[in-house]
Design a protein around this ligand. Structure first.
Ligand code: F6R
Length: 259
C-alpha cells in the first residue's frame, strides 16, 4: 500500500489523476475499465482527468466505466441518482460514451429483481475483463462504496441498507434527510478487491479518523475501507488534514520520496 500525503485537495486531485492514468496505461488493454466512485471526494480528480483528456494525454473513448454503487428506488433521471451524477461529472467531461457507463440497477421492483440485477452487475464486470483502476472515496464511518461497517470482506455486489450516519452525511445532496434512500446496490468488498489497482482519495479533517482506521487499524469488517491493506496495488492519496491521525507518516513520506 502506498500512502501519498499532499498539502491541499487540489494537489490530491492532480496526483491521484497521475496514478489513475498510469494504471490505465499499465493495463495495456484496448478497452480499459475504470471504476467510478461518486460523492464529493473524486470531483477534483475527475476534473484533472478531464484536463488530461483535453490535453490529449488520456483517451477514454474506448474505455468502460463501472460505478461502485447506486441508490435503490430513485426515479429514473433523478439528478442525485449516481447514474445521472456520473453522466454529468464523468461521461461528458471525460469523453466516455454514456452507453459505456455501467451503474448497478437500483430500479428493481422487489428484492428478487434487485438481487438478480446485482448478480448480473458482477457478471458484467467480469465480462469486461475486470476493473483496471478503481477510484474510491471513504465514508466518515469507514465505508467503502456503500459497504457499511459490518460488511463481509469477501462480499459481492448486493443490496445493502444505508447507515443513519451515511444517510445524514448524504442529506446535503437532497432536499432533506427524508428524501435520502434507505437502501442501495453496492459493489461488494470482494468485488472492489478484484480491481487491478485501487486509488483512494480523501481530503478534510472529517475523514481523518476513518483514514487512520482504514490504513493503520486492523483489517476488519468494522472498517470496510481497511480492505485496502489486503490489496497488492492500492494507493491512498490524502491531504494533510485527512492524514492528520496517521502514525507512520514519516515512513510514508520517505517511501514517496523514492529510492
Ligand atoms: C460513492 C461511494 C462512497 C463515497 C463516500 C464518501 O460512490 O462509494 O463510498 O466515496 O461516501 O463520500 P464523499 O466523497 O461525498 O465524502
Amino acid at each position: 500500500m502506498e500512502v501519498l500525503v499532499l498539502p491541499t485537495p487540489a494537489d490530491v486531485a492532480r496526483r491521484a489523476a497521475e496514478v489513475v492514468i498510469d494504471g490505465l496505461g499499465a493495463a495495456r488493454r484496448p478497452e480499459p475499465v475504470l471504476g467510478l466512485a461518486t460523492g464529493s471526494s473524486p470531483l477534483g480528480l475527475y476534473a484533472e482527468l478531464a484536463a488530461a483528456v483535453r490535453a490529449g494525454r488520456l483517451d477514454l473513448t474506448r474505455a468502460r466505466g463501472f460505478a461502485l454503487d447506486e441508490y435503490v428506488g430513485l426515479p429514473v433521471g433523478h439528478p442525485q441518482s449516481y447514474r445521472e451524477v456520473l453522466l454529468r461529472e464523468v461521461c461528458g467531461p471525460l469523453g466516455l460514451a454514456p452507453e459505456r457507463l455501467h451503474v448497478p440497477d437500483g430500479s428493481g421492483r422487489d428484492e428478487d429483481e434487485l438481487v438478480a440485477g446485482a448478480a448480473a452487475y458482477d457478471r458484467l464486470i467480469a465480462d469486461a475483463g475486470g476493473v483496471d483502476v478503481q477510484i474510491l472515496g471513504i465514508g466518515a464511518n469507514g465505508h467503502l462504496g456503500f459497504n457499511e461497517p459490518g460488511s463481509a470482506l469477501s462480499s459481492r455486489t448486493r443490496v445493502k441498507r444505508l447507515s443513519d450516519r451515511t444517510r445524514h452525511d448524504n442529506a446535503r445532496f437532497f432536499a432533506g434527510i427524508d428524501d435520502v434512500p434507505t437502501h442501495c446496490v453496492t459493489q461488494g468488498l470482494g468485488t472492489v478487491l478484484d480491481a487491478r489497482r485501487l486509488v483512494l482519495v480523501a481530503s478534510g479533517p472529517g475523514k481523518s479518523e476513518a483514514v487512520a482506521a482504514a490504513l493503520e487499524g486492523p483489517l476488519s469488517a468494522s472498517c470496510p475501507a481497511s480492505v485496502l491493506q489486503w490489496h497488492a496495488d492500492a494507493t491512498a492519496v490524502l491531504d494533510e488534514t485527512a492524514a492528520a491521525r496517521l502514525r507512520n507518516r514519516d515512513y510514508y513520506d520517505a517511501s514517496a520520496a523514492g529510492l
